[in-house]
Ligand binder design. Sequence first.
Ligand SMILES: C[S@@+](CC[C@H](N)C(=O)[O-])C[C@H]1O[C@@H](n2cnc3c(N)ncnc32)[C@H](O)[C@@H]1O
Ligand SMILES: [Zn+2]
Length: 438
Amino acid sequence: MFRELAWLFHMTIDSIVEGDLTFAQKSSQKALPASVEALFPDAERRRLLGSLSTYCSDTELYNIARELSEGSLELTVQAGIVRTESAACQEGRAHQESGICQEGRPRTGERKVSIPASLLGENTLRETAPYFAKALGEMMGNTEPGLRRIEELMRCPECGEKLSLGNKDENKISIVCKNNHSYDVTDGVVYFGSREIPGELWSLYMRNYQDYLREQRHPGNPRYQMGAVPCSEVRWQTLKKLRPRVILDMACGTCNGLKYDLQRINWPCLVIMADLSHRILKYNKRYFSEEMVNPYVDIVCLACDCAHLPIRDGCIDMVVSNGGFESMQSKMMDGFREGYRVLRPGGHAVYNISIVGDHTSENTKKWEYLYGTLDESYSLHEKLYDIEEWEQVCRSTGYAATETKEIYGELPAPEGDVFPFENEILQWMGEYLCVSEK
Ligand SMILES: C[S@@+](CC[C@H](N)C(=O)[O-])C[C@H]1O[C@@H](n2cnc3c(N)ncnc32)[C@H](O)[C@@H]1O
Ligand SMILES: [Zn+2]
């Protein structure tokens, strides 16, 4: 029935289920510009271009139309069939060299079928259009679409002036301000000269892309999956409701938090990943474009200090942090205030935060004592907050309102005098997901 409704009302199934009429209006066909219309006498190709019109500017559409009509561009849908040996793989999914399937089984046969896009029906066109539009944008534009979109949101971290895309010579893109401060885009990452925290050298821990993939595929500490509804799902429900167009992930690391959402976002969206480590971002860029493509999402990576973002005041719809603020260690509160600064009025910060149960309880007192026995090398947080104290922090930062939801509570404190964890030293604390509105 949904398929029938989608057909009748020119809507996507998602927008019917979510009751999002604005999206339906936007996604219903906009008329083709006359210049494009004139190029095609045939209804098939007009329909194909019509499906792209929501995602492309008129100029982009015209350029695509021209190349199509000249015969220098061909759009097809590739269907693939892979046959593998049936025995289940013992090893897991680590190996991925060619000739081996994702689960590690050898391929015994492979066929590809190519279908001209002009033969596709209207519903299929609507579903494939964002994939085509994204790839076409990358092929035909000179710069990545993400960089073009972020251009107007950036400011120079040295002088505060506007930043814009500079000349692109010898395949080198840089971003410059009018005082000639210039930042290179290296391996797809805008590099603001940031260095990792001494003693926390992620780049040593992840020396190559294989190391990165191992980390990315590791299931992680089960403690962080606790709660009747895990944090990632609560965060996703919030994102889905607010449909932000521009998201900034603070101290994103390998993007373990936002990864869940990046697989689900189904509206056009720019995601800015910000971290000190150029190397992690370079690998994120590769991973999210090779293994986790979402045609609705453009990704831009900024290697910068999140306590001093190269982003203008009030232009971001949503700031997210998955343990990001806390990872900034002594700069945690600077990062939190910086997140507020870049949010637009009415925008939201969506983040998880470690919280103690109750400073006056025996359990919390015992944990605080044990935590206090750790030495400086652990870069301890000066203050551990309970949820009311944290709400107060949000108010004094300037947030108009903060919704908090407990994901799981503090662990029972151990007997004896020894702090039980060697790393992830906040894992005894409870976790809340907060949504703070500016
Ligand atoms: C464990 S990750 C945080 C988890 C991550 N948000 C996720 O969802 O997977 C820690 C990251 O914080 C980054 N970081 C620490 N201080 C920072 C700062 N001042 N600005 C930007 N990134 C920072 C580190 O480079 C590291 O990549
Ligand atoms: Zn400058």
